[in-house]
Design a binder for this molecule. Sequence first.
Ligand SMILES: Nc1ncnc2c1ncn2[C@@H]1O[C@H](COP(=O)(O)OP(=O)(O)OP(=O)(O)O)[C@@H](O)[C@H]1O
Ligand SMILES: [Mn+2]
Length: 270
Amino acid sequence: MAGLDDVFGELFSSVDAIMLFGPSGSYYEQFAETEDIDAIVVGTENEVGAEVFVELPLEFDDVSERIRFGLEGALEQDIVEDGDEIVCATSVFGDEIDTISRVRANSSSRTGIYDLFSKSRAEPQVIKAVLELAIELGQKGQKGKPVGALFIVGDAGKVMNKSRPLSYNPFEKSHVHVGDPIVNVMLKEFSRLDGAFVISDAGKIVSAYRYLEPSAEGVDIPKGLGARHMAGGAITRDTNAIAIVLSESDGLVRAFKAGELILEVDPEAY
Ligand SMILES: Nc1ncnc2c1ncn2[C@@H]1O[C@H](COP(=O)(O)OP(=O)(O)OP(=O)(O)O)[C@@H](O)[C@H]1O
Ligand SMILES: [Mn+2]
């Protein structure tokens, strides 16, 4: 019978780089001493003082998300190249590294999600919560019917100055934040109605029913989409906010930043 090395050895053959997710100091040392392979440390902080480091904006519990994110960050920073074979070492069951997974860096499957999280003004947890909410809304719709929604996240003061109310603001005197389960129910309910939600850097819901009046010129949006996407995209050129948009017509969730479409996800595939 073949030994484990014969069976699993393939995992380690012709590897271009190793990504260590949140390694302990002693774990990292072992790699620092081996000359023949590049070790890339990935984590929320560079606790081991690694030379090559990719920062995660938040802890991802889901391992595939964590790895996808780390890879995209490494591609972004030109630490790995398209087609590189990468071995990822991470922990699933405890604090110690207990899991190895082999992936190929693929720049064409880059989504823009790293850029969205790591270089935006709003807090990463807030962006994550709003993105997840939009995806969930896209999956479920409102009572089975497709709905659209527009969330403007970050730089809320400026966004408020470049918009006006379409109706009374149900969040006027409240201090509620995204991510809170009750708030998600409220947001889903209000998403049936017109206009945009305005959310602060820290996740406070500043307003619903805002009609955006960006002064920026229109932006390039995919054909078939209209005023919601145009206004959402344009406000991100005018301010340091990002826009997360769920389309009622094609069901996709898109994110805009600095006037550019940087992320497009299909909620059904998520
Ligand atoms: N400037 C704006 N600010 C806020 N909300 C807007 C603005 N313009 C349009 N909307 C909202 O978007 C809704 C849909 O408009 P429209 O169909 O033109 O957008 P769209 O980009 O095609 O989006 P969808 O794909 O969801 O249809 C409107 O009913 C309105 O609630
Ligand atoms: Mn439309």
